[in-house]
Design a protein. Sequence first.
Length: 168
Amino acid sequence: MGTKERVAGGLEKLARMVPGIESYQDKEALRDADKRLRQTFADRLDGAARRLGRIILKIQREGRLEHLDLVGRLERWLQGTADTIRFASYGYSGFFAAVKMDEKNIRRLYEFDVGLADAVDVILDRVGRLEEIDRIKEEHLGELEADISALENQIRERMVLFRADPPQ
């Protein structure tokens, strides 16, 4: 699949996720689309954190406390990651004013956003599977931990890549 097809496919995925996201063409529309997209990602992660909260209650009711601390830590980590996405400064005017949004940068932005969408989907799927498991094992939680870590790494990469003042 060529670059144009990948970008088009990614944009379609993002457009399905957030109505109005299809316009990445001018800086104002791009800034607004970025904000709405980040809000959608954060809301979805908040939902996953709430689901982990319900898992905590289930674990407590059943008296299976061996993984309670780890599930609680993952819940807080997801909430923090959601806030990082929601309140990140990348995507606001400083980013778009200083970074020339040519076709190459827009393509890179699409690719990062599609990657973030995929990473959020993986986390949601993983939490859904945790809800269905009768006996949560440490390896299940380790997988979720790795997924959250991977998402945070992607967020950091995006922030560094599109920073107006690249590190020396």
